[in-house]
Design a protein around this ligand. Structure first.
Ligand code: SF4
Ligand code: SF4
Length: 284
């Protein structure tokens, strides 16, 4: 922090934030490369040193979608690969340890919503991410569990990847292909437009995989903890939270919507050192 012409200017963003940005960019570029190369391979001009994997092969939610079919018959739902089960098997234990880090650090759809949200933040300032009336917002946040149940039910009973026709993640990285259903493109478009007003609208209200991972917030080992003794009660942590969690009113964040982004911590925004921390232990 330096003072210039009477203004305090932050020269560097805090460390944890930079690391998250780099990780998000890495996975965004990786998934883009995989999606583009898959199309190139289909046209006979794939990049030689890259695998020809489809997006389905690198989506851990596919492992959740096919779980019933796999347990019942040993088979996978068509288009889902073994790798999806492996990825799901990695992401879930990670979530039990650290919470939904997949959402906050890896998922490129979450990242893209954040990028669009920067426009909204610039335009609406403090009003951004506060447009949905609280009562409605509280109800809508459980809709993703309904969507999860529907996806699991229709996948299990039909044996096909029904969610593909509605999946904005698949549409985002395949919008140039005829494989993408118009419904998925429409949902992607609505998600991106809403992101100008609400931070991560798909994650908050609709994502079935976010719903699965969100449950781990109740049991996770490492969580966001706030030291009441040093808290200045200025609400900075809550204002910063993309999921509108009122961090400044709890000792431990157990909210099902936390995405482990660490934006509320003392490393990032809380002005008091070691007051909002990501830990498996306790705080004073
Ligand atoms: S909630 Fe869904 S879309 Fe959002 S970051 Fe998590 S997996 Fe991605
Ligand atoms: S509580 Fe903290 S870690 Fe969780 S979503 Fe909000 S800002 Fe991110």
């Amino acid at each position: 922090m330096i003072t210039l012409f009477g203004k305090r200017i932050r020269l560097f963003r805090p460390r944890s934030i930079w690391i998250r940005r780099i990780v998000q960019w890495f996975f965004f570029l990786l998934i883009t490369l995989i999606a583009v190369n898959h199309t190139l391979v289909e046209n006979g001009v794939g990049i030689p040193f890259l695998a020809s994997a489809s997006l389905h092969a690198v989506c851990p939610f596919g492992g959740v979608e096919t779980l019933y079919t796999f347990l019942a018959s040993g088979l996978l739902v068509r288009k889902i690969h073994d790798s999806s089960l492996v990825l799901a098997g990695i992401v879930l234990p990670l979530a039990f340890l650290f919470g939904p880090v997949f959402c906050g650090w890896v998922c490129p759809l979450g990242t893209v919503q954040e990028w669009v949200g920067k426009l909204g933040k610039k335009f609406f300032k403090r009003r951004y991410n506060h447009f949905v009336p609280t009562k409605l917002d509280n109800i809508l946040r459980y809709a993703r569990y309904g969507i999860l149940i529907w996806v699991l039910y229709v996948t299990a009973t039909s044996g096909t990847l029904v969610f593909e026709a509605y999946d904005p993640y698949f549409a985002l990285f395949n919008f140039w292909s005829t494989e993408v259903a118009p419904t998925a493109l429409l949902i992607l478009g609505v998600t991106l437009v809403l992101s100008v007003f609400v931070e991560r609208p798909w994650c908050k209200y609709a994502c079935p995989y976010g719903a699965v991972l969100g449950i781990t917030n109740i049991f996770r080992v490492f969580s966001i903890k706030r030291a009441e003794s040093t808290c200045k009660a200025d609400g900075a942590c809550s204002i910063m939270c993309p999921m509108n969690i009122e961090v400044d009113t709890v000792k431990t964040v157990r909210d099902h919507q936390c995405i482990s982004c660490l934006e509320c911590t003392s490393e990032a925004i809380c002005p008091v050192a070691r007051t909002v921390v990501f830990t498996a232990g306790g705080v004073k």
